[in-house]
Ligand binder design. Sequence first.
Ligand code: COA
Length: 193
Amino acid sequence: MDTAQRRDWREGTRYSPAGIRGRLSRLEVMVPVTLRPLQSGDLDQLYAWECDPDSIRQAAFTRPDPEDRSAFDAHYARIRADRDVLLCAVLADDVLAGVVGSFTIDHERDVTYWVDPEQRGRGIATAALSALLELDMTRPIFARVAAHNTASAAVLAQSGFARVRTVRSFAHGVGQEIDEHVFRLDAAATSTR
Ligand SMILES: CC(C)(COP(=O)(O)OP(=O)(O)OC[C@H]1O[C@@H](n2cnc3c(N)ncnc32)[C@H](O)[C@@H]1OP(=O)(O)O)[C@@H](O)C(=O)NCCC(=O)NCCS
């Protein structure tokens, strides 16, 4: 997806990845997801999810104070205005169930996602990431996951990401330095999915 396409996506319609369900049999029995651009009306819900203590420990690499609403609003204002950032609300059964996105950092394209704590374990993250990977065709594309975040690692593995390196850095969500696994999806992995 180039910059012009990202602009169209921001202004455009919903994306329902029917083709993905055809390819991944696991998702045929799971809730179908639809992606649309994140809207201002989603932010209160997203803020609540990002304040969930278990989620903060799980994700670990969070903002210094997830409960700081001003910092949250400033962060989302900045990334929603950034044409390079693809930021999607995830709808499951037409209900807001999470967010998924991609962005560029240090010349690498990265993906990120967060699912409503009440709606986890239904395949939503896996389906949402698969859909995003059809919208953002940048390859290789990367993801960074706290070493203890096995659910997130499983999501990435389902989409063909492979672990390529481990770095150690401070994680505000757990208040200490921890290992962070870097995953990469190459074009070849995508095409053989
Ligand atoms: C990680 C997260 C997005 C997963 O969302 P989800 O919708 O529950 O994921 P899925 O239902 O698609 O499950 C994906 C895999 O995780 C596994 N899983 C789900 N919950 C798990 C848990 N608590 N512990 C271990 N594995 C778990 C599932 O079994 C599945 O694995 P499988 O495909 O091998 O069976 C969600 O837990 C979350 O939002 N966490 C907080 C934010 C975060 O960590 N984001 C990622 C930052 S890198």
